[in-house]
Design a protein around this ligand. Structure first.
Ligand code: HEM
Length: 181
């Protein structure tokens, strides 16, 4: 990136930050709801966040095999071999990290919205080329696994909150796919 590109991306980031601050459809969550999201995420990630991320992707690949095709480096391998695919592992780590960043920033979402928009842009047709219909599948897999792992402590309330937060994440990414592609 040259200096002009750096300045342009800083201006875009600032613009999106201010735009979100002034928008009427900000993500509205109470203190209690934010606590529920944070606690359930930390418990779900547990002592082995890589395994939690891996489970999410395997669940998605199992239920929606079409999603595996975009990971060209993983599509021809059996599950056991895929575990060794460092690129897939890196991706899984990055996705979990990004969701973790969103959860950490629930009190100031304007800090994370610009990153989600540009991340969405990189998932667009000029980037990883991910059909927008694929995005909900990952959230669905995450919620299913949270229910399985957290049991009764993952209530319908938690499910609704995660549906809302994940929808916000993917709506922002999809907006970025169209805008920053
Ligand atoms: C909440 C949803 C998602 C988040 C937060 C997310 C996040 C990320 C991040 C952080 C990267 C690393 C590269 C970068 O920063 O540009 C990445 C790359 C990528 N993502 Fe996602 N992603 C999401 C959903 C998906 C879905 C549903 C798919 C496909 C089914 C997908 C496919 C890919 C692919 C193919 C790459 C490139 C990997 C590579 O070439 O190494 N992502 N994603």
């Amino acid at each position: 990136m040259d200096l002009a590109q750096v300045s342009e991306s800083m201006i875009c980031e600032l613009y999106e930050r201010v735009r979100y601050q002034n928008s009427s459809d900000k993500l509205a969550l109470t203190v209690n709801e934010k606590q529920k999201l944070k606690l359930s995420w930390t418990t779900f990630m547990g002592a082995n966040p890589t395994q939690a991320g891996l489970d999410m992707f395997y669940r998605m690949f199992e239920k929606y095999p079409q999603t595996q095709s975009v990971f060209s480096f993983a599509s021809t391998k059996a599950e056991g071999q895929m575990q060794d695919t460092s690129r897939l592992m890196l991706h899984i780590t990055m996705v979990s990290k990004m969701i973790g960043n969103v959860v950490d920033d629930l009190d100031n979402m304007e800090s994370i919205v610009p990153s989600l928009l540009s991340l969405g842009g990189r998932h667009g047709t000029n980037g990883y080329n991910i059909p927008k219909d694929f995005f909900p599948f990952l959230g669905e897999s995450q919620r299913e696994l949270m229910k399985e792992k957290l049991g009764d402590s993952f209530t319908d309330d938690h499910n609704a909150l995660w549906t809302k937060l994940y929808q916000f994440i993917i709506d922002t990414m999809i907006e970025g796919q169209e805008k920053y592609n």
